[in-house]
Ligand binder design. Structure first.
Ligand code: URA
Length: 487
């Protein structure tokens, strides 16, 4: 007697597990079951509708393996898994071991599925679609090697929970709308609009492309060629390769150069997927490189890039703001927008040379809420500040300023660990978590937001006075500073 076990198009793992459990409960051997997809028309007796008397017990390792292999594209996967199940139940050898041909084959299939999911996470490129309501909307086309959209899309739910998006593949479309994930049949590549961020990606890619370091083998291993056609950046590879030799020559002639403008204005998330962050950085440059890959909290997902501090690496005075704003997020530099203008004016009044300080933020990513085309500033919460404290601590430890100046309540909390209101503390010096002095003052954005001119003028004077106090303090002080004790 032979049976047909028919699997649906979606929810295959659950369906296979239910059918396999029923088949083994009747002790039906593997060669008596024909596993088929829903489109197959071969007739045969269906599996018995009720469970049989035998209850098979399998190790967790088998369930984990099946959980991966079932997403593989090979039609024989159902049969191979059932064979492994049968042998486990019969106590026949070690069908999960890599030393067993069946275990070896299943292990390779599970790895291929894992790799495919990883590639999806790394290489899906979203383009913005016209928004239907409040939420921004994105679409992407991807061609996985296996049936990995279902297991792969939960990653995007976590990352992009506050947006609507769809990922279309030839077999299936994942649609996430108003916080709900659903699936529908796939098909042709949808007509997705060009996205300005593609140009940005391409610019970034062209900027980091070093023709003297072309290792096509390694490049293909990390980013197999089949994904290239859907990646905006790789469209430029043939032209860049064609120009490579001449560019190496031009680079040799030109000698060392500054980073190209624009090289920093691209999301660092891409790089974060490509390499692991460094351990404890030993220099400001290393610290900056590691911070560019930071994923300590969720803010990196929506922000364009990490905004690291800048200024004099031997500064005696370190100014700490709250977080980058809209303009800083795009430029990749702190205090380049309206708050930065006010701060520089106040520094001038206080006779403090902006080039002599280290200027940074308590939180290194822009936190915002999209509203139409605008990105509205949101205050970082306690846990985001605490996650980012590690980076400010590193800046303090590497620069060892004589004084840190906290601009506003967020920086005050980041540096002192004390979240009491700022107003009564402003203008005073407290001891920071790192053991050094912290002078507390107003944040320039707070001054800009005040509704009345008189209030603005008063707080601005206080900011200038505090900056002058800071200047005087560092002129007189001796170097202190241990490192900031954080996680
Ligand atoms: N506000 C800040 O706190 N930091 C910036 O870099 C810009 C605005």
């Amino acid at each position: 007697m032979s049976f047909v076990a028919t699997l649906p198009d979606r929810g295959v793992p659950e369906a296979w597990r239910a059918l396999a459990r029923r088949a083994i409960s009747h002790r039906i051997p593997p060669d008596q079951i024909d596993w088929q997809g829903s489109g197959n028309l071969f007739a045969g007796a269906p599996l018995p509708a009720e469970a049989g008397p035998h209850e098979a017990r399998v190790p967790q390792a088998f369930l984990r393996l099946a959980g991966s292999v079932l997403w593989h594209s090979a039609p024989e996967r159902f049969h191979l898994l059932y064979e492994a199940l049968w042998r486990l139940d019969q106590g026949e050898g070690a069908p999960l071991s890599a030393a067993d041909p069946l275990g070896h084959r299943l292990g390779r299939m599970a790895k291929a599925v894992g790799r495919d999911i990883h590639k999806m996470h790394a290489f899906v490129r979203f383009r913005e679609l016209p928004a239907k309501g409040e939420r921004r909307s994105f679409g992407a086309w991807f061609e996985p090697a296996h049936h990995t959209l279902e297991p792969g899309s939960t990653f995007f739910v976590k990352r992009f929970a506050d947006m609507d998006w769809l990922i279309a593949t030839p077999g299936l479309i994942a649609r996430y709308e108003a916080g709900r994930l659903s699936y529908e049949p796939g098909g042709q590549r949808p007509d997705l609009p060009d996205d300005a961020s593609e140009a940005l990606w391409a610019t970034y890619f062209a900027n980091i492309f070093n023709p003297a370091r072309i290792k096509l083998g390694a490049m293909r291993a990390e980013m197999p060629k089949k994904y290239w056609k859907n990646l905006p950046e790789t469209r430029h590879i043939p032209a860049m390769l064609a120009d490579a030799e001449a560019r190496v020559e031009r680079m040799r002639e030109a000698g060392a150069t500054q980073p190209r403008p624009g090289a920093g204005t691209v999301s660092t998330r891409y790089r974060a997927t490509m390499s692991a962050p460094a351990e404890q950085p030993g220099s400001l440059e290393e610290a900056r490189g590691a911070a560019l890959q930071c994923r300590r909290c969720g803010l990196c997902e929506a922000a364009t890039q990490t905004v690291w501090g800048e200024g004099d690496p031997n500064a005696r005075l370190m100014l700490v703001g709250e977080q980058p704003g809209d303009q800083e997020d795009l430029a990749g530099r702190p205090f380049v927008g309206p708050a930065g203008r006010l701060l520089r004016e106040a520094m001038r009044e206080a006779e403090l040379d902006p080039d002599s300080v280290w200027l940074t933020n308590a939180v290194k990513h822009f936190k915002f809420k999209p509203r139409g085309k605008r990105r509205i500033h949101q205050k970082p919460d306690r846990s985001e500040i605490e996650h980012c404290r590690w980076w400010v601590g590193l800046e303090l430890a590497l620069i060892r300023p004589h004084l840190a100046l906290a601009l506003g309540a967020t920086a005050a909390f980041a540096l002192t660990g004390d979240s009491r209101p700022l107003a009564p503390r402003r203008g005073t010096i407290e001891t920071g978590l790192h053991g050094g002095p912290v002078l507390l003052t107003w944040h320039p954005s707070h001054i800009l937001r005040l509704p009345d001119r008189a209030g603005q003028a008063r707080l601005r004077q206080e900011l200038e006075a505090d900056l002058a106090t800071g200047r005087g303090h560092v002129a007189a002080a001796r170097p202190p500073m241990a490192s900031l004790a954080t996680d």
